[in-house]
Design a protein around this ligand. Structure first.
Ligand code: SIN
Length: 484
C-alpha cells in the first residue's frame, strides 16, 4: 500500500524522522508510513494547484467528463484492492468497504453527468437593447479535508465535482486513514489527469489547513468532520473570505410510529445504526418510538443486534469492526454509563468485546431502553454502536423530541401510512430524510445538513454547483442603448 504524497505530479516518499505511521485499525500493527508535511509542503501543494489551474479550467467539458468516467471505471476495476485498503485503515467489514468503493465510483459518474450543463446560458433580453448571459467559471484552487470513516468516498465526493467544474485541488486526508486517498490520487494520475490538478498531502492538520486558509489563493474549503472543527474553520476562513462547505456532526432521530412495520424498522435500524460500527454522521442516534410499540421494537432490535458478529473486518460475516480510537471507546462507554445512571436499561451490549490479537476497541452493539431527552446519548453525537430508545405518546411529541437538537443532518421516519411519513418528512428539521429506510446515501442526491450539521451539499448537480462561480455578463448594443 503506497504511503507517498502527491504534489505537482511528483510522488514524495516519507523521509526518516518526518513521517506518520498508519496502523491496521483492528490489530494495531503498522501498515506503512506517510510523510508528515507541515506548512511549507502545504504551500508547495497550493503552488502546484495554482500552476495547473489555467489549463485545467480551459479543458473541454467532454474531456473532463471522459477523465471522470475513466476514474469511475478504474475504481470499479480495482474494487477489491481498494476495499482491502479501506478495511485495513478503518476496520470496517469488507462488504461495507466494497460498497464504499462503488459509492465513490458513482460520485465520478455523477459529476461527469453534470458537465453538459456547465455551459453559457443566455438570459431573456427584456429591454431589447442588450445581450446578456450567465457563464459558469471554476472557483479556482479548492481544498478538501476528509474524515477517516469513509476515506475514499468522502474524497471522491469532493474531488469529482471540483474537477468537473474545472477547479484544481489540494487535499488532506485524516491522519488515521491516508492510504485510500493516496490510492485515489494514484488512479487519477493513471487515467491521465494533468500533473498538479490534484495534490494529496499528509501531516499536521492545523499547520496544513491554516497555511491553506491564509494563502489567499485557495478559494474554497470543503470539510467533513466534527462541528467543533467546523467552527474553527469558519473563523479561519473569514480573513480571506474563503468559501466553505461544511458537512459536520449529526444526531439523527429514528421515528417509529404506531402503525410502522416493526420488522422493516428493525432491519433498517440495524443497517443504519451499525454501519461502520455506528461511526457515520447519518447514523440513527436517537430512537423515538410510539409508546404502543416501544417494547416490541426494543425487544426485536435487541435480538437482531445480538446476532451481529463483532470482529476483524476481513473475516467473512463480520458486521462490526473496531472503533477508531481509545477516545471513541471512552465516549461511547461514558454515554452508556450516563444512561444507566439516569435509569436507562441496557438490553444488550454496553461494553467492549475482546477480539484475540486485536486492539481493545471493539464495542458490542448496544441497545438501551428507557432513554430520556436529558441523557448524554440524547444530547451529544454518539459516533458508536449505541441505540438508545425513548418512547412518546403521540406523533406531535415524537416530532418535538426529534427536533430538540441543534444538529440537522439526517432523520428517519417509519410508518405504514404514506401520508404520515410525508407529514414527518416535512416537519423534521434536517437535510436528509429516510422514509421507511436508512439507506439514503446516493451520489446523485444532495447530501448535507443545516444548523450545527453545517451547510453546502455534495452529490449530483448540487455538489458540482458548490465549485462554480456564475458570472453574469451584460452587453449593451451601443447604437441602440437607451438610458433608463
Ligand atoms: C458520513 O458519515 O457523513 C457519510 C455517510 C454517507 O455518505 O453515507
Amino acid at each position: 500500500m503506497r504511503g507517498a504524497n502527491l504534489i505537482g505530479g511528483q510522488w514524495i516518499e516519507p523521509a526518516d524522522g518526518a513521517c506518520l505511521c498508519v496502523h491496521d485499525a483492528a490489530t494495531g500493527e503498522i501498515i506503512t508510513r506517510v510523510p508528515a508535511i507541515g506548512s511549507a509542503g502545504a504551500k508547495a501543494a497550493v503552488e502546484a494547484a495554482v500552476h495547473a489551474l489555467p489549463s485545467w479550467a480551459e479543458t473541454r467539458l467532454a474531456d473532463r467528463a471522459d477523465l471522470l468516467r475513466r476514474c469511475a471505471h478504474r475504481l470499479r476495476e480495482q474494487r477489491t484492492r481498494l476495499a482491502d485498503i479501506i478495511t485495513a485503515e478503518v476496520g470496517k467489514p469488507l462488504a461495507e468497504s466494497l460498497g464504499e468503493v462503488d459509492y465513490s465510483a458513482d460520485y465520478f459518474d455523477s459529476a461527469a453527468d453534470e458537465t453538459p450543463r456547465l455551459t453559457t446560458q443566455a438570459l431573456p433580453n427584456r429591454r431589447h437593447d442588450r445581450a446578456q448571459w450567465v457563464q459558469p467559471e471554476p472557483i479556482g484552487v479548492v481544498a478538501a479535508v476528509t474524515p477517516w470513516n469513509f476515506p475514499l468516498a468522502m474524497l471522491a465526493r469532493k474531488t469529482a465535482p471540483a474537477l468537473a467544474a474545472g477547479c484544481t485541488q489540494v487535499a488532506k486526508p485524516a491522519e488515521e486513514t491516508p492510504l485510500s486517498a493516496i490510492a485515489l490520487a494514484e488512479i487519477l494520475m493513471e487515467v491521465g489527469l494533468t500533473k498538479g490538478v490534484i495534490n494529496v498531502i499528509t501531516g499536521a492538520p492545523e499547520a496544513i489547513v491554516n497555511a491553506w486558509l491564509e494563502d489567499g489563493r485557495v478559494r474554497k474549503l470543503s470539510f467533513t468532520g466534527s462541528t467543533e472543527v467546523g467552527r474553527l474553520l469558519m473563523r479561519g476562513a473569514a480573513s480571506n473570505v474563503v468559501r466553505l462547505s461544511l458537512e459536520l456532526g449529526g444526531h439523527a432521530p429514528f421515528l417509529v410510529f404506531a402503525d410502522a412495520d416493526i420488522g422493516v424498522s428493525v432491519d433498517a435500524a440495524i443497517l443504519g445504526k451499525f454501519r461502520v460500527a455506528g461511526q457515520t454522521c447519518i447514523c440513527p442516534n436517537r430512537f423515538i418510538v410510539h409508546a404502543s410499540v416501544a417494547d416490541e421494537f426494543a425487544q426485536r432490535l435487541t435480538v437482531a443486534a445480538q446476532a451481529l458478529p463483532v470482529g476483524v473486518g476481513r473475516t467473512p460475516g463480520v458486521r462490526l469492526g473496531p472503533l477508531i480510537s481509545d477516545e471513541a471507546v471512552a465516549r461511547v462507554q461514558a454515554q452508556v454509563d450516563d444512561a444507566v445512571a439516569h435509569g436507562g436499561r441496557v438490553l444488550t451490549g454496553g461494553r467492549t468485546v475482546h477480539v484475540p490479537d486485536c486492539v481493545d476497541r471493539f464495542f458490542a452493539p448496544t441497545v438501551i431502553a428507557g432513554a430520556t431527552p436529558s441523557m448524554r446519548c440524547f444530547q451529544e453525537e454518539t459516533f458508536g454502536p449505541l441505540a438508545p430508545i425513548a418512547s412518546a405518546e403521540d406523533d406531535e411529541a415524537m416530532i418535538r423530541l426529534a427536533n430538540a437538537t441543534p444538529f440537522g443532518l439526517a432523520g428517519y421516519a417509519f410508518s405504514a401510512d404514506a401520508s404520515r411519513v410525508a407529514w414527518a418528512a416535512k416537519r423534521l428539521q434536517c437535510g436528509i430524510v429516510g422514509c421507511n429506510t436508512t439507506t439514503v446515501s446516493d451520489a446523485y442526491a444532495p447530501f448535507g445538513g443545516r444548523g450545527w450539521s453545517g451547510f453546502g451539499r455534495e452529490g449530483g448537480r448540487w455538489g458540482v454547483d458548490e465549485y462554480i462561480s456564475w458570472k453574469y455578463v451584460c452587453e449593451a448594443h451601443s447604437d441602440r442603448t437607451t438610458p433608463r
